[in-house]
Design a protein. Structure first.
Ligand code: SAH
Length: 411
């Protein structure tokens, strides 16, 4: 294993279990590690601190282990089992009403650069580092051990996330398929139905959703909104609901199931809107209860008549992907939230979110405060919303906290 030697006093973050080594902290690289190789990291006085995946860039090493050897043959199996046990302990892994969840959330599960989402037997893997991309077959083998017969397939969807230089065309595809995965007889999996090769129905809190990992955004579904969707469901009875940035209609289905009078769903992606229509039908709701709009959500909400909705959901994509975009992103959050707050009926609710990692809770709350002030309406914060337990945050890596939201009551 090649070795990274840190500059004097640059070991402190590693001693506090922060899982990244920045390139600026490195004094010397002993050997010639290739991107994705395992390297050991030592302090200036030669103490071994940790091992991780090496990569050229500002984060030079993503730590996999502070105390054990990640080259041990059962490393992946133990780490994935640990991740599974957390989901099991939290009541997600063996749940009658929910059969989809995030199994591996990068640093939150001690595996920086790796995402694995579980969709009722199908694991969708996304490598965000070269090291994880190179380890994908070993990870797939470990998934087989963890899930046993329950595992129907492992799909690698890293082409858009693995940070290889241009010129290398990555192709997404199956790393594993159970022997009967392609056969029509496997169309009925445990408590759900296979629709096509790359699509199945999952259950989330008893609601049914189509997930297409090949064509969908990210791994196919936004699993991080499960609990916030349930919160919308609890407040939807008797209300007219507007779901902005709806993707495949997660919040819309919960609102309908919760007794909403009518739900309008808006997304700029036609493919997403087609899925919304199918999800509405799949859950037994009628076209009279729901309307789909393929449109720009910001234009849409600006043109809504005042008071047309008594519950509005605002869940845009990350407006700031890096620090440089922060100022513009905060302005965009303010504009969008001002429009939603201005339009909601008196006594209405606004669920508003930001999934930009660089926009912290305080900054987001300030943007929403400025939005409220712009409208001059009376606005109260009823709840502060987060990412769920399967998107866990490593306490030593607070950067892992990315999803934040507010439930507002507007008079
Ligand atoms: N609320 C969703 C997830 C939203 S992800 C859920 O619960 O599943 C963000 C969505 O915003 C994506 O579906 C993307 O297609 C959509 N989007 C991005 N820019 C948009 C815009 N300007 N207007 C409307 N939708 C937009």
């Amino acid at each position: 294993m090649d070795k990274i030697i840190l500059k004097p006093r640059r070991e402190e973050s590693l001693l506090r279990y922060h899982p990244w080594v920045f390139s600026g902290a490195i004094a010397q690289i002993v050997g010639h590690p290739a991107e994705g190789d395992l390297v050991s990291v030592c302090s200036a006085d030669g103490k071994l601190l940790a091992c991780g995946h090496y990569q050229i860039g500002s984060i030079a090493v993503r730590i996999l282990s502070f105390d054990e050897d990640p080259t041990l043959p059962d490393f992946w199996e133990r780490m994935l089992l640990r991740a599974y046990q957390l989901r099991e302990a939290y009541g997600l892994a063996q749940n009658e009403r929910t059969n989809c969840y995030r199994l591996v959330h990068g640093e939150g599960d001690g595996l920086p650069g790796l995402i694995v989402d579980y969709y009722n037997g199908v694991c969708v893997l996304q490598a965000h580092s070269v090291g994880m991309f190179r380890a994908k077959n070993a990870i797939c083998e470990a998934l087989k051990t963890v899930y046993g017969e329950r595992l129907k397939a492992v799909y690698d969807k890293s082409s858009g996330t693995a940070p290889f230089k241009a010129g290398l065309d990555l192709v997404d595809g199956y790393l594993y398929k159970a022997p009967d995965f392609d056969e029509p007889s496997s169309c009925h999996t445990e408590r759900s139905e296979r629709i096509s090769r790359d699509e199945l129905i999952v259950l989330e809190n008893g609601n049914k959703f189509l997930v297409n990992w090949q064509e969908g955004q990210k791994t196919g579904f936004f699993l991080d909104q499960r609990e916030n969707r349930a919160a919308v469901g609890r407040l939807a009875a008797g209300r007219k609901v507007l779901n902005l940035f709806c993707y495949t209609g997660g919040f819309s289905i919960y609102a309908l199931a919760g007794g909403a009078v009518h739900v309008d769903s808006v997304d700029s992606s036609q493919r997403a809107m087609d899925m919304v229509d199918r999800n509405v039908a799949l859950n037994g709701f009628t076209p009279e209860q729901h309307t789909s709009y393929c449109a720009d959500a910001i234009d849409f909400v600006k043109n809504v008549p005042d008071g047309a909705y008594d519950l509005i959901i605002v869940d845009p994509p990350a407006f700031a992907k890096h620090r440089g975009a922060l100022k513009n992103a905060l302005r965009a959050y303010q504009r969008l939230n001002a429009a939603a707050i201005a339009k909601v009926a008196p006594g209405g609710f606004v669920f508003t979110f930001s999934c930009s990692q660089v926009v912290d809770k305080e900054a987001f709350a300030l943007a929403v405060f400025s939005a409220a002030a712009e409208t001059g309406r009376s606005v109260r914060i009823l709840d502060r919303l987060n990412q769920p337990a399967d998107h866990s945050v490593n306490i030593y890596h607070p950067e892992g906290e990315y999803l934040k939201g507010l439930l507002l009551y507007v008079e």
